[in-house]
Design a protein around this ligand. Sequence first.
Ligand code: ZN
Length: 225
Amino acid sequence: MAGNMAGTITVADLLKHGSAGIGTFDGIDGEVVILDGEVYQAVADGTVNHVTDPQAKLPFASVHTPTDLEAVNLTGVDFNLLNGSFIRQHELQNVFAALRLTGTFSHVKIRIMPKQEPPYPNLLEVAHMQALFSRDQVKGTIIGYYAPEIFGSVTAAGWHLHFISDDRQFAGHLLEFSAPQATGDLQVFDMLDQHLPVADRAFRQSEVDLASLRAGIAESEGNQE
Ligand SMILES: [Zn+2]
């Protein structure tokens, strides 16, 4: 988020840590969805690539191995519900969790970050270049994570969810959605394993302006309350 956008972990290494998740590619090239070990990349023109190169590198990703799943069945679901009653009912406020939801979504709005070249701008500058897309009546899967406010300096607090349609033609970082009904599963984690790119000189040498970083996260990573 502070501008270290060069890829530092390969797809092959990332998938050793989990078979489901989200992320982005080298130069924050698009929005990544990982389901059942298959990696999909939505790029800024709106197309979706099935990534099969195990050596492709990502600067950021979150993955997990689905296990100990709690089934969820939601009616009238949108970000309002996830941010409100869902967090309270499942007591997520102090824990990290993964959520997967499938269904026919009446409305989905996504953004896709455009690939950047060095010298990298900060995430806030890139956020102003993001491509926005929306679809109505689309079948698909939402996958991603909840991070609690108390660990908000480890990663952006709140929901970070990506969407991919069942036909794998429409995907991105989820900004808005609604569905009359959606089913899926919730997984609460008792452990967070954070891998840092210690061999990356740019990361080791970079000096991060924390105040502007936090402002940028709030503006670019927030979802609809
Ligand atoms: Zn995202």
